[in-house]
Design a protein around this ligand. Structure first.
Ligand SMILES: *[C@@H]1O[C@H](CO)[C@@H](O)[C@H](O)[C@H]1NC(C)=O
Ligand SMILES: *[C@@H]1O[C@H](CO)[C@@H](O)[C@H](O)[C@H]1NC(C)=O
Ligand SMILES: *[C@@H]1O[C@H](CO)[C@@H](O)[C@H](O)[C@H]1NC(C)=O
Ligand SMILES: *[C@@H]1O[C@H](CO)[C@@H](O)[C@H](O)[C@H]1NC(C)=O
Ligand SMILES: *[C@@H]1O[C@H](CO)[C@@H](O)[C@H](O)[C@H]1NC(C)=O
Ligand SMILES: *[C@@H]1O[C@H](CO)[C@@H](O)[C@H](O)[C@H]1NC(C)=O
Ligand SMILES: *[C@@H]1O[C@H](CO)[C@@H](O)[C@H](O)[C@H]1NC(C)=O
Ligand SMILES: *[C@@H]1O[C@H](CO)[C@@H](O)[C@H](O)[C@H]1NC(C)=O
Ligand SMILES: CC(=O)N[C@H]1CO[C@H](CO)[C@@H](O)[C@@H]1O
Length: 398
């Protein structure tokens, strides 16, 4: 099976002007004392784009020339290949939708012996619902926090205590608004990314002109407040991760309140999507294993639809079903907002990105990594991990 995959990857390169990467039989790899770190076909991209389904994937293929396919074990049955530029500096993986697919695919990718991802930057780029107080249809939000909604108790709101504002409350607590004891945390509730890398990304992308549609322009006018009724912009806003596709003012406020609660007031619920908590949990584990550098992750969510109706009296279901015109601009804006970062990594690899951009010194209530503080040492830990893995990866990389 491994041999077949390796052969496919090598075959895929036939016709490329580049030589195929050295395919080294497992038996010839020097024993490094760490099987996970042994690599067979070393593809070490500078950037790996992480998309979740076909439209998010296809929009990148032509602009980034991602035309060489590498099948890998454990990939989504729908998306069996990582696709790379011919020089293999930039690649894309597609996880399949929602948390289980995201976790499974990214775990398989980080454990794959075909890739060395220890220095790779990851751009998670997907579409999302949008909080109208933070953005609008087409907006592109780069996140500091990703918060998971799924770890909650729920009563149907028709049967909740009369003085409650929502039927959801955090696991291990007695009522909405209560923070779980640290001992009750699962560890996937909140993830914080490298804010120093985020600052650079926001700087690079602040001027970009985003795509829009006339339907979206019309729909936006129903909101009588900004930024919902303004043209889309790049902004900083946090992502909420939920397998259940919720909508309406009350649930949106529920998860906005929950985001504030779980980030100790520092996060602003902005976009809502289905995968990020799962992807980031894998990245924390892979970082701890020395397989990726968690400080090199950027999370972009572009808005395809509003999470709620234009006003509190409008019918939530009608708004949910409405043709809002945000889908196509959101897909286009993944590339429009994300490509400047990808290009920056490739262009400034030697001067900036190879060494990495250290996250802030953590430990002051920071959630960098997961809420457990699994990798809270941050930059120092990441660099140590990278050095040690560099020593283990055979040096025949293409
Ligand atoms: C995956 O890559 C293989 C090898 O290049 C190719 O034959 C196959 O069509 C690709 N599958 C998809 C779904 O793109
Ligand atoms: C709701 O009512 C219960 C019982 O009367 C009380 O203990 C609780 O503090 C109230 N909760 C809120 C959020 O007011
Ligand atoms: C969110 O929190 C605010 C402020 O505490 C509260 O007024 C509101 O009812 C909450 N919304 C929901 C849906 O729980
Ligand atoms: C943002 O970019 C400008 C140049 O485009 C540069 O002068 C400035 O220092 C940058 N700021 C940060 C925080 O990177
Ligand atoms: C948005 O992208 C579509 C598809 O590429 C294009 O046809 C349209 O002109 C773009 N609109 C704007 C306002 O950029
Ligand atoms: C984001 O949250 C912070 C902290 O709660 C708050 O000060 C800030 O105004 C919020 N920003 C927006 C745009 O809502
Ligand atoms: C609320 O939205 C509905 C549907 O868009 C609209 O018919 C109604 O006039 C709006 N109400 C207010 C007060 O803006
Ligand atoms: C953390 O706290 C220490 C001591 O108060 C301070 O020196 C350091 O700058 C703080 N770091 C951050 C990232 O706020
Ligand atoms: C609701 C849900 O599926 N939550 C998941 C978030 O991701 C972590 C890690 O993969 C899972 O443990 C949770 O179950």
């Amino acid at each position: 099976m491994i041999g077949a995959l390796k052969a496919a990857a090598v075959l895929a390169l036939a016709g490329s002007s580049l030589a195929a990467p050295a395919a080294v039989a497992r038996s010839s790899i020097p024993s490094a004392g760490n099987e996970l770190a042994s690599r067979q076909v070393v593809i070490s991209p500078k950037v790996m784009i992480i998309s979740m389904f076909s439209p998010e994937r296809e929009v990148w293929l032509q602009p980034m020339e991602l035309e060489v396919d590498y099948p890998f074990m454990g990939a989504s049955p729908l998306f069996p290949n990582v696709s790379c530029r011919r020089d293999r500096t930039v690649c894309i993986v597609t996880t399949g939708e929602a948390e289980i697919n995201a976790a499974s695919t990214i775990m398989a990718l980080t454990l794959s012996t075909q890739f060395d991802l220890t220095s790779t930057y990851f751009l998670i780029a997907g579409i999302a619902g949008i909080n109208p107080y933070m953005g609008t249809l087409g907006s592109a939000g780069f996140a500091r926090f990703s918060v998971q909604s799924g770890l909650a108790y729920e009563l149907d709101a028709r049967q909740m205590p009369a003085n409650w504002s929502t039927g959801y409350w955090a696991l291990g607590t007695k009522a909405p608004g209560q923070l779980p004891n640290p001992s009750d945390l699962y560890g996937t509730e909140v993830f914080e990314l490298n804010t120093n890398l985020l600052s650079r990304v926001l700087n690079i992308t602040s001027g970009v002109k985003l795509n829009d549609s006339t339907t979206a322009q019309e729909y936006r006018k129903r909101f009588n407040y900004a930024p919902a009724n303004e043209p889309p912009k790049v902004f900083q806003g946090d992502a909420l991760c939920s397998d259940a596709y919720f909508a309406g003012t009350l649930l949106s406020e529920t998860w906005g309140n929950y985001t504030k609660l779980m980030t100790k007031g520092e996060g602003n619920y902005s976009t809502t999507a289905q995968e990020d908590n799962a992807t980031l949990e894998v990245m924390v584990r892979a970082h701890k294993a020395g397989l990726v550098d968690y400080s090199r992750i950027v999370l972009l969510r572009t808005a395809s639809d509003f999470d709620r109706a234009p006003n509190a009296t409008a019918d939530a279901y009608t708004a949910f079903e409405a043709e809002q015109g945000g889908f196509e601009p959101a897909i286009q804006n993944l590339v429009i907002a994300g490509k400047p970062f990808v290009d920056d990594v490739v262009k400034n690899w030697d001067s900036v990105y190879a060494a990495g951009i250290a996250p802030p010194v953590a430990g002051n209530g920071s959630f960098y990594g997961d809420v457990f503080g699994t990798i809270r040492e941050g930059a120092a830990q990441a660099r140590r991990a990278r050095r040690s893995i560099a020593a283990k990866v055979p040096s025949y990389s293409a």
